[in-house]
Write a protein that binds this ligand. Structure first.
Ligand code: FBP
Length: 551
Protein backbone atom coordinates (compact mmCIF):
# COMPACT_ATOMS: atom_id res chain seq x y z
CA UNK A 1 0.00 0.00 0.00
CA UNK A 2 1.34 3.42 -0.98
CA UNK A 3 1.75 5.52 2.16
CA UNK A 4 0.41 9.09 2.15
CA UNK A 5 2.44 12.26 2.61
CA UNK A 6 1.68 13.45 6.14
CA UNK A 7 1.77 16.73 8.03
CA UNK A 8 3.80 16.82 11.27
CA UNK A 9 0.52 16.73 13.24
CA UNK A 10 -0.64 13.66 11.30
CA UNK A 11 2.66 11.93 12.07
CA UNK A 12 2.29 12.75 15.76
CA UNK A 13 -1.37 11.71 15.85
CA UNK A 14 -0.54 8.34 14.26
CA UNK A 15 1.27 7.43 17.47
CA UNK A 16 -1.47 8.69 19.83
CA UNK A 17 -2.74 5.83 21.97
CA UNK A 18 -6.44 6.40 22.64
CA UNK A 19 -7.49 6.07 26.26
CA UNK A 20 -9.69 3.05 27.06
CA UNK A 21 -12.04 2.43 30.00
CA UNK A 22 -9.99 0.65 32.69
CA UNK A 23 -12.44 -2.28 32.65
CA UNK A 24 -11.54 -3.07 29.02
CA UNK A 25 -7.80 -3.19 29.55
CA UNK A 26 -7.35 -6.65 31.06
CA UNK A 27 -9.57 -9.71 31.17
CA UNK A 28 -13.20 -8.84 30.76
CA UNK A 29 -16.49 -10.43 31.80
CA UNK A 30 -19.93 -9.63 30.53
CA UNK A 31 -22.51 -8.64 33.12
CA UNK A 32 -26.19 -8.71 32.25
CA UNK A 33 -28.57 -6.16 33.75
CA UNK A 34 -32.34 -6.00 33.80
CA UNK A 35 -34.53 -6.80 30.80
CA UNK A 36 -35.42 -3.73 28.74
CA UNK A 37 -38.53 -2.17 27.17
CA UNK A 38 -38.75 0.14 24.16
CA UNK A 39 -39.17 3.87 24.90
CA UNK A 40 -42.75 3.77 23.56
CA UNK A 41 -45.20 1.56 21.65
CA UNK A 42 -43.93 -1.51 23.53
CA UNK A 43 -46.53 -3.95 22.18
CA UNK A 44 -45.90 -2.95 18.53
CA UNK A 45 -42.11 -3.07 18.82
CA UNK A 46 -42.26 -6.41 20.65
CA UNK A 47 -44.40 -7.87 17.90
CA UNK A 48 -42.10 -6.59 15.15
CA UNK A 49 -38.91 -7.75 16.89
CA UNK A 50 -39.83 -11.03 18.62
CA UNK A 51 -36.22 -12.25 18.66
CA UNK A 52 -34.41 -9.10 19.75
CA UNK A 53 -36.95 -7.36 21.99
CA UNK A 54 -36.51 -7.08 25.75
CA UNK A 55 -32.87 -8.19 25.87
CA UNK A 56 -30.90 -7.06 28.96
CA UNK A 57 -28.49 -4.16 29.22
CA UNK A 58 -24.87 -5.27 29.18
CA UNK A 59 -21.74 -3.94 30.87
CA UNK A 60 -18.18 -5.22 30.63
CA UNK A 61 -16.21 -5.49 33.83
CA UNK A 62 -12.81 -6.75 34.90
CA UNK A 63 -12.89 -10.52 35.38
CA UNK A 64 -11.40 -13.94 34.69
CA UNK A 65 -9.52 -14.70 31.48
CA UNK A 66 -11.79 -16.15 28.82
CA UNK A 67 -11.16 -17.80 25.49
CA UNK A 68 -13.13 -16.82 22.45
CA UNK A 69 -13.52 -18.77 19.20
CA UNK A 70 -12.23 -17.03 16.05
CA UNK A 71 -14.76 -14.84 14.22
CA UNK A 72 -14.99 -12.97 10.95
CA UNK A 73 -16.43 -9.45 11.12
CA UNK A 74 -17.56 -6.98 8.45
CA UNK A 75 -17.73 -3.25 9.13
CA UNK A 76 -19.81 -0.59 7.34
CA UNK A 77 -19.62 3.22 7.57
CA UNK A 78 -23.07 4.65 6.89
CA UNK A 79 -24.25 8.21 6.13
CA UNK A 80 -22.49 11.52 6.68
CA UNK A 81 -18.87 11.62 7.82
CA UNK A 82 -18.13 12.25 11.50
CA UNK A 83 -14.71 12.66 13.15
CA UNK A 84 -13.60 9.40 14.77
CA UNK A 85 -15.00 6.85 12.31
CA UNK A 86 -11.51 5.53 11.61
CA UNK A 87 -10.92 5.03 15.33
CA UNK A 88 -14.08 2.93 15.69
CA UNK A 89 -12.50 0.68 13.09
CA UNK A 90 -9.06 0.66 14.75
CA UNK A 91 -10.63 -0.04 18.17
CA UNK A 92 -12.68 -2.84 16.64
CA UNK A 93 -9.61 -4.25 14.90
CA UNK A 94 -7.42 -4.11 18.03
CA UNK A 95 -10.20 -5.56 20.19
CA UNK A 96 -10.76 -8.47 17.79
CA UNK A 97 -7.04 -9.25 17.54
CA UNK A 98 -6.63 -9.07 21.34
CA UNK A 99 -9.51 -11.52 21.83
CA UNK A 100 -8.22 -13.97 19.25
CA UNK A 101 -5.38 -13.22 16.80
CA UNK A 102 -7.13 -15.42 14.22
CA UNK A 103 -10.10 -13.01 14.05
CA UNK A 104 -10.55 -11.27 10.70
CA UNK A 105 -12.00 -7.87 9.85
CA UNK A 106 -13.44 -6.92 6.45
CA UNK A 107 -14.55 -3.45 5.41
CA UNK A 108 -17.54 -3.11 3.05
CA UNK A 109 -16.81 -0.33 0.58
CA UNK A 110 -18.86 2.82 -0.03
CA UNK A 111 -21.39 2.29 2.77
CA UNK A 112 -24.20 -0.27 3.08
CA UNK A 113 -24.20 -0.81 -0.69
CA UNK A 114 -20.84 -2.59 -0.27
CA UNK A 115 -22.60 -5.40 1.61
CA UNK A 116 -25.27 -5.81 -1.05
CA UNK A 117 -22.91 -5.46 -4.00
CA UNK A 118 -20.19 -7.62 -2.42
CA UNK A 119 -17.62 -4.86 -2.56
CA UNK A 120 -15.09 -5.22 0.27
CA UNK A 121 -11.47 -5.34 1.41
CA UNK A 122 -9.81 -7.23 4.23
CA UNK A 123 -8.58 -4.73 6.80
CA UNK A 124 -5.00 -5.59 7.74
CA UNK A 125 -2.78 -3.89 10.32
CA UNK A 126 -0.94 -2.16 7.46
CA UNK A 127 -4.17 -0.49 6.33
CA UNK A 128 -5.61 0.23 9.80
CA UNK A 129 -2.33 1.79 11.02
CA UNK A 130 -2.45 4.38 8.22
CA UNK A 131 -5.79 5.70 9.51
CA UNK A 132 -5.43 5.72 13.30
CA UNK A 133 -6.67 8.97 14.88
CA UNK A 134 -7.39 10.55 11.49
CA UNK A 135 -10.59 12.27 10.37
CA UNK A 136 -12.75 11.15 7.46
CA UNK A 137 -14.30 7.87 6.38
CA UNK A 138 -11.97 7.28 3.45
CA UNK A 139 -10.51 4.02 4.80
CA UNK A 140 -13.50 2.22 3.24
CA UNK A 141 -15.79 5.10 2.22
CA UNK A 142 -19.37 5.76 3.24
CA UNK A 143 -22.76 5.94 1.54
CA UNK A 144 -26.45 6.50 2.17
CA UNK A 145 -27.97 3.34 0.66
CA UNK A 146 -30.76 2.18 2.99
CA UNK A 147 -30.77 -1.49 3.97
CA UNK A 148 -34.50 -2.17 4.12
CA UNK A 149 -35.43 -5.02 1.80
CA UNK A 150 -35.18 -8.77 2.28
CA UNK A 151 -33.42 -9.10 -1.08
CA UNK A 152 -30.63 -6.81 0.20
CA UNK A 153 -30.34 -8.77 3.45
CA UNK A 154 -30.10 -12.03 1.49
CA UNK A 155 -27.34 -10.65 -0.74
CA UNK A 156 -25.56 -9.62 2.47
CA UNK A 157 -25.93 -13.10 3.88
CA UNK A 158 -24.40 -14.58 0.70
CA UNK A 159 -21.17 -12.58 1.02
CA UNK A 160 -20.96 -13.19 4.77
CA UNK A 161 -21.17 -16.95 4.17
CA UNK A 162 -18.54 -16.71 1.43
CA UNK A 163 -16.08 -14.76 3.63
CA UNK A 164 -16.85 -16.55 6.91
CA UNK A 165 -18.29 -13.39 8.46
CA UNK A 166 -20.24 -14.00 11.69
CA UNK A 167 -21.00 -10.39 12.53
CA UNK A 168 -21.56 -7.01 10.90
CA UNK A 169 -20.85 -3.69 12.62
CA UNK A 170 -22.86 -0.75 11.27
CA UNK A 171 -21.48 2.65 12.19
CA UNK A 172 -24.30 5.12 11.58
CA UNK A 173 -26.97 7.53 12.77
CA UNK A 174 -30.53 6.83 13.93
CA UNK A 175 -31.77 5.59 10.55
CA UNK A 176 -28.75 3.32 9.93
CA UNK A 177 -29.02 1.87 13.43
CA UNK A 178 -32.76 1.32 12.91
CA UNK A 179 -31.80 -0.65 9.80
CA UNK A 180 -29.14 -2.49 11.83
CA UNK A 181 -31.85 -3.57 14.26
CA UNK A 182 -34.13 -4.81 11.48
CA UNK A 183 -31.20 -6.71 9.94
CA UNK A 184 -30.30 -8.28 13.31
CA UNK A 185 -33.89 -9.44 13.75
CA UNK A 186 -34.05 -10.80 10.21
CA UNK A 187 -30.82 -12.84 10.53
CA UNK A 188 -31.74 -14.10 13.98
CA UNK A 189 -35.21 -15.11 12.89
CA UNK A 190 -33.86 -17.16 9.99
CA UNK A 191 -30.97 -18.47 12.06
CA UNK A 192 -28.42 -17.13 9.58
CA UNK A 193 -25.63 -17.07 12.18
CA UNK A 194 -24.85 -13.39 11.52
CA UNK A 195 -24.86 -10.94 14.42
CA UNK A 196 -25.39 -7.21 13.88
CA UNK A 197 -23.98 -4.52 16.17
CA UNK A 198 -24.52 -0.74 15.81
CA UNK A 199 -22.31 2.23 16.73
CA UNK A 200 -23.73 5.74 17.43
CA UNK A 201 -22.36 8.15 14.82
CA UNK A 202 -23.45 11.62 13.70
CA UNK A 203 -22.14 15.13 14.07
CA UNK A 204 -25.79 16.21 14.47
CA UNK A 205 -25.85 14.94 18.08
CA UNK A 206 -29.44 13.72 17.73
CA UNK A 207 -28.75 10.05 18.42
CA UNK A 208 -28.67 10.13 22.20
CA UNK A 209 -30.75 8.87 25.09
CA UNK A 210 -30.40 7.60 28.63
CA UNK A 211 -27.83 4.97 27.60
CA UNK A 212 -26.12 6.75 24.68
CA UNK A 213 -24.82 10.01 26.15
CA UNK A 214 -23.67 11.45 22.81
CA UNK A 215 -23.03 10.37 19.26
CA UNK A 216 -19.42 10.50 18.16
CA UNK A 217 -18.20 13.35 15.97
CA UNK A 218 -20.45 15.94 17.63
CA UNK A 219 -17.59 17.00 19.93
CA UNK A 220 -15.00 17.63 17.22
CA UNK A 221 -17.39 19.16 14.68
CA UNK A 222 -18.75 21.64 17.26
CA UNK A 223 -15.23 22.55 18.35
CA UNK A 224 -14.21 23.26 14.75
CA UNK A 225 -17.30 25.39 14.06
CA UNK A 226 -16.90 27.20 17.38
CA UNK A 227 -13.32 28.06 16.53
CA UNK A 228 -14.49 29.55 13.22
CA UNK A 229 -17.33 31.46 14.91
CA UNK A 230 -14.89 32.80 17.54
CA UNK A 231 -12.53 33.97 14.78
CA UNK A 232 -15.39 35.72 13.02
CA UNK A 233 -16.46 37.35 16.29
CA UNK A 234 -12.95 38.70 16.85
CA UNK A 235 -13.03 40.07 13.32
CA UNK A 236 -16.46 41.60 13.91
CA UNK A 237 -15.28 43.16 17.15
CA UNK A 238 -12.16 44.55 15.45
CA UNK A 239 -13.74 46.04 12.34
CA UNK A 240 -17.13 46.78 13.92
CA UNK A 241 -18.91 46.98 10.56
CA UNK A 242 -20.56 43.65 9.71
CA UNK A 243 -23.37 41.47 10.96
CA UNK A 244 -22.40 37.82 10.32
CA UNK A 245 -25.27 35.40 9.65
CA UNK A 246 -23.90 31.90 10.23
CA UNK A 247 -25.89 28.78 9.35
CA UNK A 248 -24.72 25.54 10.94
CA UNK A 249 -25.24 21.93 9.87
CA UNK A 250 -27.23 19.56 11.98
CA UNK A 251 -30.19 18.61 9.82
CA UNK A 252 -33.40 18.87 11.95
CA UNK A 253 -32.08 19.17 15.49
CA UNK A 254 -30.38 22.36 16.75
CA UNK A 255 -27.84 20.61 19.02
CA UNK A 256 -24.83 21.82 16.99
CA UNK A 257 -26.07 25.42 16.94
CA UNK A 258 -26.79 25.37 20.67
CA UNK A 259 -23.41 23.85 21.53
CA UNK A 260 -21.61 26.42 19.35
CA UNK A 261 -23.56 29.19 21.08
CA UNK A 262 -22.55 27.84 24.49
CA UNK A 263 -18.92 27.80 23.36
CA UNK A 264 -18.79 31.19 21.62
CA UNK A 265 -21.60 33.36 23.09
CA UNK A 266 -22.92 35.04 19.92
CA UNK A 267 -25.31 38.02 19.98
CA UNK A 268 -28.22 35.98 18.62
CA UNK A 269 -28.79 32.25 18.30
CA UNK A 270 -31.96 30.72 16.88
CA UNK A 271 -33.08 27.34 18.20
CA UNK A 272 -35.58 25.65 15.88
CA UNK A 273 -37.23 23.64 18.65
CA UNK A 274 -38.02 26.84 20.58
CA UNK A 275 -39.37 28.60 17.49
CA UNK A 276 -41.71 25.69 16.84
CA UNK A 277 -42.81 25.50 20.47
CA UNK A 278 -43.65 29.22 20.44
CA UNK A 279 -45.48 28.78 17.12
CA UNK A 280 -43.48 31.67 15.64
CA UNK A 281 -43.86 32.92 12.09
CA UNK A 282 -40.97 33.87 9.86
CA UNK A 283 -41.95 37.51 10.49
CA UNK A 284 -41.70 36.94 14.27
CA UNK A 285 -38.20 35.51 13.83
CA UNK A 286 -37.17 38.50 11.69
CA UNK A 287 -38.69 40.97 14.18
CA UNK A 288 -36.74 39.40 17.05
CA UNK A 289 -33.48 39.70 15.13
CA UNK A 290 -34.28 43.28 14.14
CA UNK A 291 -34.94 44.23 17.76
CA UNK A 292 -31.42 43.19 18.76
CA UNK A 293 -29.85 44.94 15.76
CA UNK A 294 -31.70 48.19 16.48
CA UNK A 295 -30.83 48.03 20.15
CA UNK A 296 -27.14 47.45 19.48
CA UNK A 297 -27.15 50.26 16.91
CA UNK A 298 -28.45 52.61 19.63
CA UNK A 299 -25.17 51.93 21.49
CA UNK A 300 -23.15 52.43 18.31
CA UNK A 301 -22.65 48.66 17.84
CA UNK A 302 -23.39 48.08 14.15
CA UNK A 303 -21.99 44.57 14.13
CA UNK A 304 -22.72 41.16 15.57
CA UNK A 305 -23.08 37.43 15.05
CA UNK A 306 -26.16 35.31 14.64
CA UNK A 307 -26.25 31.51 14.58
CA UNK A 308 -28.93 29.74 12.54
CA UNK A 309 -29.62 25.99 12.62
CA UNK A 310 -29.72 24.23 9.25
CA UNK A 311 -33.23 22.86 9.81
CA UNK A 312 -34.83 26.15 10.95
CA UNK A 313 -37.20 26.55 8.05
CA UNK A 314 -38.92 23.21 8.72
CA UNK A 315 -39.69 24.23 12.31
CA UNK A 316 -41.55 27.43 11.47
CA UNK A 317 -45.11 26.07 11.49
CA UNK A 318 -46.38 28.07 8.48
CA UNK A 319 -43.24 27.19 6.45
CA UNK A 320 -43.59 23.55 7.45
CA UNK A 321 -47.14 23.57 6.09
CA UNK A 322 -46.01 25.27 2.87
CA UNK A 323 -43.15 22.78 2.39
CA UNK A 324 -45.46 19.84 3.00
CA UNK A 325 -47.99 21.21 0.48
CA UNK A 326 -45.21 21.74 -2.04
CA UNK A 327 -43.94 18.20 -1.47
CA UNK A 328 -47.38 16.76 -2.21
CA UNK A 329 -47.94 19.12 -5.13
CA UNK A 330 -44.61 18.80 -6.89
CA UNK A 331 -43.58 15.18 -6.27
CA UNK A 332 -43.39 13.65 -9.74
CA UNK A 333 -45.61 16.42 -11.20
CA UNK A 334 -45.18 16.26 -14.99
CA UNK A 335 -47.26 19.41 -15.65
CA UNK A 336 -44.96 21.43 -13.40
CA UNK A 337 -41.82 19.84 -14.82
CA UNK A 338 -42.93 20.68 -18.37
CA UNK A 339 -43.06 24.42 -17.60
CA UNK A 340 -40.07 26.27 -18.97
CA UNK A 341 -39.55 29.59 -17.20
CA UNK A 342 -39.22 30.35 -13.50
CA UNK A 343 -42.08 32.76 -13.80
CA UNK A 344 -44.42 30.12 -15.26
CA UNK A 345 -43.45 27.75 -12.44
CA UNK A 346 -44.04 30.44 -9.82
CA UNK A 347 -47.49 31.24 -11.22
CA UNK A 348 -48.38 27.53 -11.40
CA UNK A 349 -47.40 26.99 -7.75
CA UNK A 350 -49.29 30.09 -6.62
CA UNK A 351 -52.41 28.88 -8.39
CA UNK A 352 -52.30 25.48 -6.67
CA UNK A 353 -51.49 26.44 -3.06
CA UNK A 354 -54.17 27.06 -0.47
CA UNK A 355 -54.68 30.67 0.66
CA UNK A 356 -52.46 30.56 3.80
CA UNK A 357 -49.56 28.87 2.10
CA UNK A 358 -49.89 31.18 -0.91
CA UNK A 359 -49.49 34.17 1.38
CA UNK A 360 -46.34 32.70 2.95
CA UNK A 361 -44.99 31.79 -0.50
CA UNK A 362 -45.65 35.35 -1.76
CA UNK A 363 -43.81 36.83 1.21
CA UNK A 364 -40.58 34.97 0.38
CA UNK A 365 -37.76 36.52 -1.63
CA UNK A 366 -37.88 35.18 -5.19
CA UNK A 367 -34.59 33.25 -4.89
CA UNK A 368 -35.77 31.31 -1.84
CA UNK A 369 -39.21 30.64 -3.31
CA UNK A 370 -37.41 29.18 -6.32
CA UNK A 371 -35.21 26.95 -4.12
CA UNK A 372 -38.35 25.62 -2.48
CA UNK A 373 -39.78 24.52 -5.78
CA UNK A 374 -36.68 23.34 -7.59
CA UNK A 375 -34.30 21.50 -5.28
CA UNK A 376 -36.01 18.16 -4.63
CA UNK A 377 -34.57 14.81 -3.62
CA UNK A 378 -35.26 11.51 -5.44
CA UNK A 379 -38.40 11.00 -3.28
CA UNK A 380 -39.78 14.34 -4.50
CA UNK A 381 -39.17 16.12 -1.17
CA UNK A 382 -37.65 19.56 -0.93
CA UNK A 383 -34.05 19.39 0.35
CA UNK A 384 -34.26 21.80 3.26
CA UNK A 385 -30.51 21.66 3.90
CA UNK A 386 -29.97 23.32 0.52
CA UNK A 387 -32.17 26.29 1.38
CA UNK A 388 -29.96 29.23 2.19
CA UNK A 389 -31.86 30.38 5.28
CA UNK A 390 -29.07 32.76 6.24
CA UNK A 391 -29.55 34.67 2.96
CA UNK A 392 -33.32 34.63 3.39
CA UNK A 393 -32.98 36.19 6.84
CA UNK A 394 -30.46 38.80 5.69
CA UNK A 395 -32.83 39.89 2.93
CA UNK A 396 -35.87 40.08 5.19
CA UNK A 397 -33.99 41.81 8.03
CA UNK A 398 -32.53 44.40 5.62
CA UNK A 399 -36.00 45.15 4.27
CA UNK A 400 -37.45 45.65 7.75
CA UNK A 401 -34.52 47.82 8.86
CA UNK A 402 -34.98 50.02 5.77
CA UNK A 403 -38.63 50.56 6.80
CA UNK A 404 -37.59 51.43 10.35
CA UNK A 405 -34.97 53.82 9.00
CA UNK A 406 -37.60 55.58 6.89
CA UNK A 407 -39.72 55.92 10.03
CA UNK A 408 -36.73 57.38 11.90
CA UNK A 409 -36.65 54.47 14.40
CA UNK A 410 -33.39 52.87 13.22
CA UNK A 411 -30.35 55.08 12.87
CA UNK A 412 -27.65 52.45 12.39
CA UNK A 413 -25.88 50.98 9.39
CA UNK A 414 -26.60 47.38 8.38
CA UNK A 415 -24.09 45.42 6.34
CA UNK A 416 -24.32 41.61 6.45
CA UNK A 417 -22.14 38.65 5.46
CA UNK A 418 -23.43 35.08 5.21
CA UNK A 419 -21.65 31.81 6.09
CA UNK A 420 -22.53 28.12 6.13
CA UNK A 421 -20.40 25.75 8.22
CA UNK A 422 -20.88 22.03 7.79
CA UNK A 423 -18.39 20.19 5.63
CA UNK A 424 -15.55 22.12 7.31
CA UNK A 425 -15.99 20.04 10.47
CA UNK A 426 -17.21 16.61 9.43
CA UNK A 427 -13.79 15.19 8.61
CA UNK A 428 -11.61 17.10 11.07
CA UNK A 429 -8.91 15.21 12.97
CA UNK A 430 -10.87 13.83 15.94
CA UNK A 431 -10.43 15.65 19.24
CA UNK A 432 -8.92 13.61 22.07
CA UNK A 433 -12.47 13.07 23.35
CA UNK A 434 -13.70 11.70 20.03
CA UNK A 435 -10.48 9.73 19.43
CA UNK A 436 -10.83 8.03 22.85
CA UNK A 437 -14.61 7.62 22.67
CA UNK A 438 -14.65 6.08 19.19
CA UNK A 439 -11.76 3.73 19.91
CA UNK A 440 -13.62 2.56 23.03
CA UNK A 441 -16.86 2.12 21.04
CA UNK A 442 -15.05 -0.06 18.47
CA UNK A 443 -13.27 -2.07 21.17
CA UNK A 444 -16.59 -2.60 22.98
CA UNK A 445 -18.20 -3.78 19.72
CA UNK A 446 -15.52 -6.49 19.44
CA UNK A 447 -16.50 -7.76 22.91
CA UNK A 448 -20.22 -7.75 22.09
CA UNK A 449 -19.48 -9.80 18.97
CA UNK A 450 -17.18 -12.27 20.71
CA UNK A 451 -19.84 -12.71 23.39
CA UNK A 452 -22.34 -13.73 20.69
CA UNK A 453 -24.61 -10.66 21.01
CA UNK A 454 -26.81 -9.26 18.25
CA UNK A 455 -29.20 -6.30 17.95
CA UNK A 456 -27.10 -4.26 20.38
CA UNK A 457 -25.57 -0.81 20.05
CA UNK A 458 -22.10 -0.39 21.45
CA UNK A 459 -22.37 1.97 24.41
CA UNK A 460 -19.73 3.87 26.39
CA UNK A 461 -21.08 5.98 29.25
CA UNK A 462 -20.00 8.22 32.13
CA UNK A 463 -18.28 10.36 29.52
CA UNK A 464 -17.64 13.43 31.67
CA UNK A 465 -15.34 11.36 33.90
CA UNK A 466 -11.76 10.38 32.98
CA UNK A 467 -11.84 7.69 30.23
CA UNK A 468 -10.46 5.16 32.71
CA UNK A 469 -13.83 5.44 34.51
CA UNK A 470 -16.00 5.18 31.42
CA UNK A 471 -18.55 2.34 31.48
CA UNK A 472 -18.55 0.12 28.40
CA UNK A 473 -21.34 -2.21 27.37
CA UNK A 474 -24.26 -2.73 25.03
CA UNK A 475 -27.82 -1.44 24.75
CA UNK A 476 -30.52 -3.40 22.88
CA UNK A 477 -31.43 -1.21 19.90
CA UNK A 478 -35.11 -2.09 20.35
CA UNK A 479 -34.92 -0.21 23.67
CA UNK A 480 -34.49 3.10 21.74
CA UNK A 481 -37.37 2.50 19.35
CA UNK A 482 -40.87 3.84 18.90
CA UNK A 483 -43.40 3.91 16.06
CA UNK A 484 -43.40 6.94 13.74
CA UNK A 485 -45.15 7.84 10.50
CA UNK A 486 -42.71 7.68 7.58
CA UNK A 487 -43.87 8.18 3.99
CA UNK A 488 -47.46 7.62 5.08
CA UNK A 489 -46.84 4.37 7.01
CA UNK A 490 -46.19 3.64 10.69
CA UNK A 491 -42.61 2.33 11.07
CA UNK A 492 -40.43 1.25 13.99
CA UNK A 493 -37.58 3.77 14.29
CA UNK A 494 -35.03 4.95 16.84
CA UNK A 495 -36.45 8.02 18.54
CA UNK A 496 -34.57 11.12 17.36
CA UNK A 497 -33.39 13.44 20.15
CA UNK A 498 -34.24 17.08 19.49
CA UNK A 499 -33.10 19.93 21.76
CA UNK A 500 -35.11 19.77 24.98
CA UNK A 501 -36.30 23.18 26.06
CA UNK A 502 -36.38 22.00 29.67
CA UNK A 503 -32.85 20.57 29.39
CA UNK A 504 -29.86 22.16 31.14
CA UNK A 505 -28.01 23.26 27.94
CA UNK A 506 -30.99 25.22 26.58
CA UNK A 507 -31.84 26.59 30.03
CA UNK A 508 -28.29 27.91 30.44
CA UNK A 509 -28.45 29.55 27.02
CA UNK A 510 -31.90 31.06 27.71
CA UNK A 511 -30.62 32.57 30.96
CA UNK A 512 -27.64 34.28 29.34
CA UNK A 513 -28.74 35.26 25.85
CA UNK A 514 -30.05 38.70 26.81
CA UNK A 515 -26.59 39.67 28.06
CA UNK A 516 -24.92 38.19 25.00
CA UNK A 517 -27.23 40.24 22.73
CA UNK A 518 -26.39 43.61 24.24
CA UNK A 519 -22.87 43.45 25.53
CA UNK A 520 -19.82 44.37 23.54
CA UNK A 521 -17.49 42.02 25.33
CA UNK A 522 -19.54 38.86 25.68
CA UNK A 523 -17.84 36.93 22.88
CA UNK A 524 -15.75 33.88 23.70
CA UNK A 525 -12.96 32.85 21.33
CA UNK A 526 -12.56 29.08 21.75
CA UNK A 527 -9.54 28.73 19.41
CA UNK A 528 -8.57 25.53 17.57
CA UNK A 529 -8.94 21.98 18.86
CA UNK A 530 -5.89 21.19 21.00
CA UNK A 531 -4.36 17.73 20.87
CA UNK A 532 -1.34 18.19 23.16
CA UNK A 533 -1.14 20.07 26.44
CA UNK A 534 -2.99 20.27 29.75
CA UNK A 535 -5.94 17.91 30.07
CA UNK A 536 -8.36 20.77 30.92
CA UNK A 537 -7.59 22.21 27.48
CA UNK A 538 -7.31 19.00 25.43
CA UNK A 539 -9.73 16.48 26.90
CA UNK A 540 -12.81 18.59 27.65
CA UNK A 541 -16.11 17.18 26.40
CA UNK A 542 -18.82 19.45 24.98
CA UNK A 543 -20.59 22.04 27.12
CA UNK A 544 -23.82 20.22 26.25
CA UNK A 545 -22.58 17.02 27.86
CA UNK A 546 -21.14 18.84 30.88
CA UNK A 547 -24.40 20.75 31.45
CA UNK A 548 -26.51 17.64 30.95
CA UNK A 549 -24.39 15.94 33.59
CA UNK A 550 -24.40 19.17 35.66
CA UNK A 551 -20.63 19.47 35.94
P1 FBP B 1 -25.76 11.83 9.20
O1 FBP B 1 -27.12 12.06 9.78
O2 FBP B 1 -25.73 10.76 8.21
O3 FBP B 1 -24.73 11.65 10.27
O4 FBP B 1 -25.31 13.16 8.41
C1 FBP B 1 -25.30 14.38 9.01
C2 FBP B 1 -25.18 15.53 8.02
O5 FBP B 1 -23.89 16.09 8.08
C3 FBP B 1 -26.25 16.59 8.31
O6 FBP B 1 -25.83 17.48 9.31
C4 FBP B 1 -26.43 17.22 6.96
O7 FBP B 1 -27.72 17.78 6.83
C5 FBP B 1 -26.26 16.07 6.02
O8 FBP B 1 -25.43 15.14 6.69
C6 FBP B 1 -25.66 16.46 4.71
O9 FBP B 1 -25.70 15.36 3.86
P2 FBP B 1 -24.71 15.07 2.66
O10 FBP B 1 -23.50 14.46 3.27
O11 FBP B 1 -25.43 14.06 1.86
O12 FBP B 1 -24.41 16.35 1.97
Amino acid sequence: MKSMTKSPLQVARATYQPKLPAALKGNVVLMEGAATESVANQADIKELFPNTYGMPLITFETGEKQTYPAVGVGVILSGGQAPGGHNVISGLYDGLKALNPANKLYGFLGGPSGLVEHSYIELTSEIVDEYRNTGGFDIIGSGRTKLEEDAQYDKGEEICKELGINAIVIIGGDDSNTNACVLAEYYKQKNAGIQVIGCPKTIDGDLKNEMIETSFGFDTACKVYSELIGNIQRDANSAQKYWHFIRLMGRSASHITLECALQSQPNICLISEEIEAKNMTLKDVVDDIVKVIVNRANFGLNFGTILIPEGLIEFIPAMKKLISELNDLLAHNDDFNALETDDEKRQYVKGMLNADSREVYNSLPKGIAKQLTLDRDPHGNVQVSLIETEKLLIEMVAKRLAQLKAEGIYKGKFSAINHFFGYEGRCAIPSNFDADYTYSLGYTASLLISSGKTGYMSSVRNLTAHPAEWIAGGVPITMMMNMERRHGKMKPVIQKALVRLDGAPFQYFAKHRVDWADEKQSYVYPGPVQYYGPSEVCDLPTRTLLLEKQK
